[in-house]
Design a protein around this ligand. Structure first.
Ligand code: GLN
Length: 187
């Protein structure tokens, strides 16, 4: 299994390490050519507006959009989740494949970063590392929430796309990457 990792910014190395631990090969993606041969794709965190600009300037946006539409499994964390949301701060998202409305930087300045123990369905307890995280304010019927924090979904799946508003790559726990490979990518 070859997993591409969008490599403009964010936890690229950490995702790479986690995916390596669970037995996947990885390739860093910065140009359309590098998409060739990938079986799945990871959108790391960072700054969604910056990532969006890099995606456009590199010519990746349309290529990736088509691949996701065709069923390419994608795992988006934090800013990556923002890019995959149907609505972002009331506007249409970049890759609107997950039927959720998300609000950026919604925990506010006082609580920029925090950790919370999350109960993930079928997986059990998982350490949630939140960094300037967005909040998923509403979720549509087609999407399935797999974990909640304060009553709001923080891990959501819709078909071939899995999004987390937290950072599993920084948690020291490989189980969500494993879950992605086994349950989303290998289906
Ligand atoms: N605050 C960032 C954004 O709005 C996301 C933060 C992150 O990825 N850790 O894009």
């Amino acid at each position: 299994m070859l997993v591409g990792i969008l490599a403009f910014q964010g936890g690229v190395i950490e995702h790479k390490q986690m995916l390596g631990v669970v037995g996947a090969k990885t390739v860093e993606i910065r140009t359309p050519r590098e998409l060739r041969g990938i079986d799945a794709l990871v959108f790391p965190g960072g700054e969604s507006t910056h990532l969006s600009k890099e995606l456009d300037e590199s010519g990746l946006t349309l290529k990736i959009f088509r691949l996701i539409k065709k069923g390419l499994p994608v795992f988006g964390t934090c800013a990556g989740a923002i890019l995959l949301s149907k609505k972002v701060d009331g506007k249409k998202g970049k890759f609107p494949f997950v039927d959720i409305s998300i609000k950026r930087n919604a925990y506010g300045r006082q609580v920029e970063s925090f950790e919370a123990k999350l109960k993930v369905s079928k997986l059990g307890w998982f350490p949630g590392v939140f960094i300037r995280a967005p909040i998923i304010e509403s979720i549509g019927k087609k999407a399935e929430a797999l974990a909640f924090f304060n009553g709001k979904p923080v891990l959501v799946r819709q078909k071939n796309v899995l999004v987390a508003t937290f950072h599993p790559e920084l948690s020291g726990n490989k189980r969500l990457h494993e879950f992605f490979l086994q349950n989303v990518a290998l289906q």
